[in-house]
Ligand binder design. Structure first.
Ligand code: SF4
Length: 335
């Protein structure tokens, strides 16, 4: 039977991070924050468990970008905190996110012993020029090697990517998506690069040596990237705001393709391309049947796809059909 899946998120900040990724405001993320104490974590788990329906699959998610960058002792401590919940069957496993260059056999053995099921790496790009210009401090080869090792140990693998970093192009972003698929990632997240106050990227933006993607560009890039993952069966966990950016206030955003409904805009774009040929047909009315989960995207954000069709048809009706899945749709034209 299908079980509903829930993550209980616990943020582990990257204390004294030795890196200088140009898009990151370290003082915000690592300077002010501190590691959560045990009671805080336990309280969080207990309050989440109260709201999660019985019989659901629950994972504890240590996110924050670099779990394996903290000491082995601290990692073990945080992992052991979850063991009682796993023994009682209240939590099924742990997922965490980290940097590709903080993966080695010692770390992987530790994570394996302590019920970690999924490891997500911040790959960001598989183009070395983009990585270098973004001062990520590792190459694409390092991400590939870490990914292979994670899979050899039997973990589920997640690879996150960013689009619109310095030196990035649509072809490079598409290549990154294809590499993520080739490396066997089970899931992915796509983050458009934003210019955040206090970052190197902000200085570059002010000096006009970096221009972020326009919202329109970020939408059309994602509309091309998403089908690559869908064709391969890679689960797309997120398209939009980076988790660390979620911690920032609205005033921290300087520039970039931010939109609170970013994913909906991308899905609208993908549906637009599918529905556009209908504007070449001729009839008075059109009824479009779409899969149940897709109707809002098919109609489009703000009804834009429907409005597009209304320029051609007098009556445009969308309805759902349980017979359809993915983005398959059927049409009925009438006079
Ligand atoms: S994004 Fe880069 S600089 Fe920022 S905390 Fe993570 S590793 Fe450090």
């Amino acid at each position: 039977m299908y079980k509903k899946h829930f993550n209980i998120p616990v943020f582990i900040p990257e204390l004294a991070c030795p890196f200088q990724c140009i898009y990151c405001d370290q003082s915000k993320i690592s300077g002010v924050e501190k590691l959560p104490d045990d009671q805080e974590i336990v309280n969080k788990i207990e309050s989440h468990l109260l709201t999660i329906p019985r019989g659901s699959e629950v994972q504890l998610a240590y996110f924050g970008g670099n779990f394996t960058g903290i000491s082995l002792e601290q990692q073990e401590h945080f992992l052991k905190l979850i063991t009682p919940y796993i023994s009682e069957g209240r939590i099924s496993g742990i997922r965490l996110s980290t940097r590709p260059d903080y993966i080695n056999d010692e770390v992987l053995s530790l994570l394996k012993r302590h019920h970690v099921r999924s490891i997500e790496l911040g790959a960001q790009s598989f183009d070395d020029e983009v990585l270098r210009k973004s001062r990520r401090g590792h190459t694409a080869e390092v991400t590939a090697a870490a990914s292979q090792r994670i899979r050899e140990y039997g973990f589920s693998l997640g690879l996150q990517m960013m689009i619109g970093l310095p030196g990035d192009k649509l072809e490079k972003a598409l290549n990154t998506a294809h590499r993520i698929v080739e490396l066997g990632a089970d899931d992915t997240r796509i983050y458009p690069t934003l210019v955040i106050k206090g970052t190197v990227l902000e200085t570059m933006f002010m000096k006009k040596v970096f221009t972020p993607l326009k919202l329109e560009e970020a939408i059309s890039w994602c509309a091309e990237i998403i089908p690559v993952f869908e064709a391969a069966g890679t689960n797309i966990l997120k398209v939009g705001l980076h988790p660390s950016e979620g911690l920032l206030s609205g005033d921290d955003l300087v520039a970039g393709p931010f939109h609170p409904s970013f994913r909906e805009l991308v899905e609208t774009r993908i549906w637009r391309a599918l529905l556009e040929p209908l504007t070449q047909r001729s009839a008075k009315s059109v009824e479009i049947s779409v899969p149940p989960g897709q109707i809002n995207y098919a109609v489009g954000y703000g009804g834009t796809n429907k409005k597009m069709l209304e320029t051609k048809y007098l009556n445009v009706k969308f309805k759902t059909s349980d017979q359809l899945s993915k983005r398959l749709f059927s049409i009925r034209l009438s006079e």
